[in-house]
Design a protein around this ligand. Structure first.
Ligand code: COA
Ligand code: AMP
Length: 629
């Protein structure tokens, strides 16, 4: 089936208020538009349609929270009722189609309810991951300019509570844009202080609300904005449209994951990441599955059997998580002894993404679970997998280290710097032939020039993924590294450039470089090299502690910025460009050549000594080798 037939067929599988007559408008490439004259509603497809089709009494959303000791289930009918009420509450606060609503919440059902309520009335949600600090939140508030922010009083991490509300208040102080209202879910573990006139209590708001029905939404009207890290401190607001997302996500549930209505599908990620949008909330509901929301960790809540307990208890068919979760489990339970305590007979497949799955972890998971373990590759921008073994189409042999072949709808090429295809097996830039399929991003919020420039300018006719890799003789793709300064920490995509911008704000820091170094569990962690201004007398340890705190306070704990050292100089080219690639290779213990353009070769030796003192390269085997939800 060619691309046209594929999406024409897939589009028939969703509900449209007005069916599209036009499949694709590519007259303004790269701003391509699928189903431009179609009219639909993502919430209708996720909930109302399911109830109409007889799934009202089936569990739509299971909430399991070992960190709070809570379990709750919503049937499709119950979830619809909650969403319709919250949508009414938003409308009563003036939110209408096209308005933005920022959602800053932990893994609680109310986060999904808020997302679906926005979709119901055509408002555009922008979920911000709870592990980001006020500064990051403020940037997103200023860019998205929400009328309303929906937040919770706190998040619950295994070892501590994270007070979200003070972070939110500070973010609003920092932001130029001020929301009209904040709707706050007060969690029993920590009540938030309410600012009269601006803050509203979730429960009160729900009590007063009148349910509303779905608003017809143009296929190309945005469903959401999701900010992701680029090479600079300014995050990119990935915009996904309503029609394309609904068609594509529904199609992937069967084609890739091979799940059917009634199956329990669990994406152990966070609603703040793309995986959470596509596969905790929208995808499973579009497909009539039962979605699972887990507020816990793979280990420590309470032990490395946590995932197996959830799989048994809810008869999970498919689990999707990041390799880092399995590395954490493997580290604590290398023999997989906890597995023996649970019945996993309903479990059919494990999907991994967010970073390359190292062969050791893949083979360990396969041996222990005895189900297909599928590494699949995608990005916030694509919204759904680019390469995968598609269990619902045909299961290909699993090759460790590869996310298999392109999913129908994508054409992957490997290009050299000159823009020409490289030979089979040679590494180059991984690019996707235009047009991208439905459900991929259609723009960057407020930044169409950046959209065109950052992704489509270097290789005309192609989308540049920012990943490098190769294709083997069998057509399997191998994603090996990023081509930019993005690193992947525990499956979280972070910008080293953004960390450097923060470090530059320290009064004693004259120059700095942040690189990703291998970590046995998280895949990569950031490491900072600081050059101090001349005449600084503050003890180095104090500067390091201060800068580590600065990154944590500004970017958030998710950055996991804990490694930092002070060096006399940083290696640069004669034109003053920092030799990041060489630094990374030294830290990872990879082979490296002295760059011909280096200004002063002795600097590399000095930095290598500093890195060695910090334990890099490590003599322990690295978990994932090549780097980069
Ligand atoms: N709100 C507030 N803080 C959060 C948070 C949230 N939603 N999520 C994480 N954090 C904090 C953590 O408390 C931690 O803070 P700390 O430095 O004070 O301890 C920090 O951010 C880093 O968290 P995390 O990346 O989760 O690391 P961890 O060491 O706590 O756990 C793993 C490591 C591997 C167990 C964990 O990363 C994990 O479960 N990964 C699963 C896969 C996943 O979710 N991938 C995402 C994309 S698919
Ligand atoms: P995010 O946008 O946060 O989902 O991160 C996307 C990036 O994570 C990709 O560009 C890759 O660098 C990396 N990534 C995701 N999945 C894989 C995978 N299966 N193999 C290799 N890298 C991956």
């Amino acid at each position: 089936m060619d691309n046209i037939d594929l999406w024409q067929e897939a589009a028939k599988d969703i509900y449209w208020y007005k069916k599209p007559d036009i499949l694709l408008d590519s007259s303004r490439a790269p701003f391509n538009r699928w189903f431009p004259d179609g009219v639909t509603n993502a919430c209708y497809n996720a909930l109302d349609l399911q109830v109409e089709q007889g799934r009202g009494g089936q569990a739509a959303l299971i909430y399991d929270s070992p960190v709070t000791g809570t379990k709750r289930q919503y049937t499709y009918a119950q979830l619809l009722a909650e969403v319709a009420l919250f949508a009414g509450a938003l409308m009563a606060r003036g939110v209408a189609k096209g308005d933005r609503v920022v959602i800053y919440m932990p893994m609680v059902p109310e986060a999904a309810i808020a997302m679906l309520a926005c979709a119901r009335i055509g408002a555009i949600h922008s979920v911000v991951f709870g592990g980001f600090a006020s500064n990051e939140l403020a940037q997103r508030i200023d860019d998205a300019t929400p009328l309303v922010i929906v937040a919770a009083s706190c998040g619950v991490e295994p070892s501590h509570l994270v007070a979200y509300k003070p972070l939110l208040d500070h973010a609003i102080e920092l932001a130029q844009h001020k929301p009209d209202y904040c709707i706050i879910l007060q969690r029993p573990m920590l009540a938030a202080e309410i600012i009269e006139g601006r803050d509203l209590d979730w429960l009160q708001v729900m009590k007063q609300a009148e349910p509303v029905s779905c608003v017809p939404v143009g296929a190309n009207e945005p469903l959401y904005i999701l900010y992701t890290s680029g090479t600079t401190g300014q995050p990119k607001g990935v915009v996904r449209d309503t029609g394309g997302s609904t068609v594509a996500l529904k199609w992937t549930m069967k084609a890739i994951y091979d799940v059917s209505p009634g199956d329990v599908y669990w994406a152990a990620s966070d609603v703040g990441w793309v995986v959470g949008h596509s596969y905790i909330v929208y995808g499973p509901l579009f497909a009539g599955c039962t979605a699972l929301m887990y507020e816990g960790k793979p280990v420590g809540t309470p032990d490395p059997g946590a995932y197996w307990r959830v799989i048994e208890e809810y008869r999970v068919s498919v689990l999707f998580t990041a390799p880092t979760a399995f590395r954490a489990i493997k580290k604590e339970d290398p023999l997989g002894e906890h597995l023996a305590e649970y019945d996993l007979s309903n479990f059919r497949a494990l999907f991994l993404a967010g970073e390359r799955c190292d062969p050791h972890t893949l083979e360990w998971a396969q041996a222990k679970l005895q189900v297909p373990v599928i590494d699949h590759w995608w990005q916030t921008e694509t919204g759904w997998p680019v390469c995968s073994n598609c269990l619902g189409i045909e299961q290909l042999p699993i090759v460790a280290g590869s996310p298999a072949r392109p999913v129908p709808g994508y054409e992957v090429r490997v290009l050299g710097k000159d823009g020409n295809a490289v030979a089979t097996g040679d590494i180059g830039a991984l690019v996707l032939k235009m047009p991208l399929p439905p459900g991929t991003f259609i723009n960057l919020w407020n930044a169409p020039e950046r959209f065109a420039e950052a992704y489509f300018s270097k290789f005309p006719g192609y989308y540049e993924t920012g990943d490098a890799g190769y294709i083997d003789e069998a057509g399997y793709i191998f994603v090996m590294s990023r081509t930019d300064d993005v690193i992947n920490v525990a499956g979280h995509r972070l910008s080293t450039g953004a960390m450097e911008e923060i470090l530059f704000d320290d009064e004693d820091v004259g120059e700095c470089a942040v690189i990703g170094v291998a970590d046995a569990v998280k895949g990569q962690v950031p490491l900072g090299l600081l050059v101090l201004n001349s005449g600084v007398t503050t003890p180095h340890a104090a500067i390091i502690a201060r800068t580590v705190k600065l990154v944590r306070d500004r970017m958030g704990p998710v950055a996991a910025f804990k490694l930092c050292t002070i060096v006399d100089r940083l290696p640069k080219t004669r034109s003053g460009k920092l030799l990041r690639g060489t630094l990374r290779k030294i830290a990872d213990g990879s082979d490296w050549n002295m760059p011909a353009t280096i200004d002063d070769a002795a600097v590399l030796d000095e930095v290598a000594i500093a890195l060695k003192q910090m334990g890099y390269p490590s003599d322990k085997p690295s978990s994932s080798g090549p780097r980069s939800c």
